[in-house]
Ligand binder design. Structure first.
Ligand code: 5AD
Ligand code: SF4
Length: 480
């Protein structure tokens, strides 16, 4: 039987582009009493794609589901509810989701009551919602990045009324507090500090899918971090698309540097943050980072390109020289800092000279890691209309050349720790062996060492014996 829609509210990328000057409301999450128990005896499975923002959202979705009585299962065949939390940043991310959606729809044949949902960034695109409506009518729930807090209502429509829901907001001015969270780890946690992005880099879909910049109140963030520390968490990663813009929308003078300084005083042992925008990374932030303490000596600072012509076409609002000047300041203030970045190759009209500028910048900075991508045109963004005149095999060749250089930087970054004693926050056993533990150093280097499960979730001292390209090997010497 074809289900009716209880709601049909599709997105508009055009509306998502608008930035309206309305107040940001803080909403307190609440579930109607009548819906608690909705998930009793039902199992859920979430598939998460994309960035840390999505990982964090999935933990909230899981928190909501468990509050309603659902229990988690690792295999989608066993689930009564499967949710896809999706990413729209590049086309191949979307292709993967549609592929998986095709696969799980066959599960409905043997389990007609199975509910399928899709959320996250993809539903924020109107063409995706059209495709789902026309080609994947087996999807019961479609919602976006702005209305996770309304999930209980959508589940009631799907499970109790057997209706379909499409509800995606294109604009949003809210910050929702007190959402339940089911965290994936017991010693490290994501902490959202802001939502959305106002940068509009010409290649990027995020400002359309995640809405305008909205900062959480500092007190709410500090309280969350302190509670995490009290609960035994060792490390937090502060999340935002451009954390350096934190506070710009608050009704008081309070910036990212102020937040870092306040969190520096909390009991949490390790603080990381991502993502930084070179344009907004200010001297005050560098000064707070230089104080060290619980702020880790690693910075992920996406440069995207080393060519001023391309940077301008990308609307990045800095030049290669300005980027290098900030790197100079960082290295002066934090001499042992580890720097990583994001780079796009094959942007429309990128010449061999432009690409060589990127290689020379990578050499000069000495990045110790990078996420590298081939430009992917995203419908609705300005760059999707630029002349994409770089041949596909040239793009692939550039990516290979760049990756080779980045890998050399990765290896050199590891090499500098040979013979050193480092602090490792132990995460668990290595993938391959149960007697080998793995964890990360303050500089975010992966370390393997022989040990037992009793070290998991603790910071231990490891003497590094050998550096490899992707990891370090050592021996534990004593515990903190
Ligand atoms: N094509 C390729 N890479 C992209 N990124 C963002 N949008 C695109 C796109 N359209 C990359 C940027 C960004 C990272 C998260 O993804 O490098 O920093
Ligand atoms: Fe996208 Fe640029 Fe915003 Fe990052 S800063 S999310 S690349 S628009």
């Amino acid at each position: 039987m074809k289900k009716e829609y209880s709601k049909y509210f599709a997105p508009s990328l055009k509306d998502a582009r608008k930035r309206v000057n309305k107040d940001i409301k803080n909403i307190i999450f609440d579930v109607p009493e009548s819906l608690v128990g909705l998930g009793n005896n039902l199992k859920y499975h979430i598939k998460t794609y994309g960035c840390q923002g999505n990982l964090s959202d999935s933990e909230k979705i899981a928190g909501i589901l468990e509050m309603l009585g659902f229990t988690y299962v690792n295999y989608d065949e066993e689930a009564d509810l499967i949710l896809f939390n999706t990413c729209a940043i590049r086309e191949n991310a979307e292709d993967r989701v549609f592929g998986e959606l095709g696969r799980v729809k066959s599960l409905k044949k043997t389990k007609p009551n199975l509910i399928l949902g899709i959320c996250g960034c993809m539903p924020q695109e109107e063409k995706v919602v059209e495709t789902i409506k026309n080609k994947h009518p087996q999807v019961d729930i479609v919602f976006g990045t702005h209305n996770i807090y309304k999930l209980p209502e959508y589940l009631a429509d799907a499970f109790l009324k057997h209706e379909r829901v499409v509800e995606v907001y294109s604009t949003e001015g809210n910050v929702v507090e007190e959402m339940p969270v089911k965290r994936d780890h017991s010693h490290k946690a994501w902490v959202d500090i802001m939502y959305g992005c106002d940068e509009f880099c010409t290649y990027c879909i995020v400002p359309y899918t995640r809405g305008r910049e909205r900062s959480r109140q500092p007190e709410d963030i500090i309280r969350e971090v302190e509670t995490l520390a009290d609960d035994g968490y060792i490390e937090v990663t502060l999340l935002g698309q451009n954390v350096n813009a934190y506070g710009k929308d608050l009704d008081r003078e309070y910036k990212f540097a102020n937040l870092l300084a306040d969190l520096n005083k909390t009991k949490i042992k390790r603080i990381r943050f991502t993502t930084s925008h070179p344009k907004d990374l200010d001297d005050e932030t560098i000064a707070v980072m230089a104080k060290g303490g619980n702020i880790m000596p690693h910075l992920h600072l996406p440069v995207q390109s080393g060519s001023n012509v391309i940077l301008k076409k990308m609307n990045r609002k800095y030049t290669k020289e300005e980027y290098l000047e900030k790197i100079g300041k960082l290295k002066k203030a934090i001499p042992d800092i580890s720097l990583t970045t994001d780079i796009i190759v094959g942007f429309p009209e990128e010449t061999e000279d432009d690409f060589n500028e990127t290689l020379s910048l990578v050499n000069e900075v000495g990045f110790e890691g990078a996420y590298t991508f081939i430009f992917s045109p995203r419908e609705g963004t300005p760059a999707s209309k630029y002349t994409d005149n770089v041949k596909s095999d040239v793009k692939k060749e550039r990516l290979l050349t760049l990756n080779q250089l980045i890998n050399e930087g990765f290896a050199a970054g590891n090499k500098r720790f040979e013979g050193e004693i480092v602090d490792v926050l132990v995460e668990g056993t290595s993938d391959k062996r149960e007697d080998i533990m793995m964890g990360y150093t303050p500089h975010n280097k992966l370390v393997n060492f022989p040990g037992g499960l009793e070290s998991v979730g603790r910071i231990v001292k490891v003497k590094i014996e050998k550096a490899y390209t992707w990891h370090l090997k050592g021996k534990m010497i004593n515990e903190e």
